[in-house]
Design a protein around this ligand. Sequence first.
Ligand code: ADP
Ligand code: MN
Length: 157
Amino acid sequence: MSTRTNPNIVVTGTPGTGKTTHLKDKECHEGWDDEFQSWIVDEDKLLDELEKEVADGGCILDWHACDLFPQRWIDLVVVLRTDSTTLYDRLTARNYPDAKLQENMDTEIMEVLLQEAKDSYDEEIVVELRSDETEEMDANVERIEAWVKQWKEDHKG
Ligand code: ADP
Ligand code: MN
């Protein structure tokens, strides 16, 4: 059983869907970024480090995958989605090499992250949110804030 008093949230989605920007908006970003994507991540080590952090709750994990985080750690999984044309422009602006750009476009079109989230967690905790426009980002952040507030209400000792 979890003893945390704040929920842990995964924000996932294809690179370019706006994960980091959503968190920066609320200044709750602590430096994880897509740069990691190109590093070779020692998953065991990452999870060992994270375990201490998530124990108390209140963590927001920004990652381009979600199936590595144990189910018991996570209270909400937000999957950001972006329209292909918009995503193409965002990834082009990042100067992604063609192969990487195409791979990420396919990932988004085939809903890979959404499926991964549904396969890895209870479907009730998986929320798909649009991230094409700034207004949507604002609405998404508000929605997540409201969800956190409700979660805390529901988990009061
Ligand atoms: P990720 O962390 O998922 O790779 P980023 O947060 O780095 O994505 O966003 C990629 C680019 O797209 C940034 O330039 C960001 O400003 C822009 N962007 C992301 N989400 C939105 C949105 N909902 N509306 C407008 N621009 C967005
Ligand atoms: Mn990012």
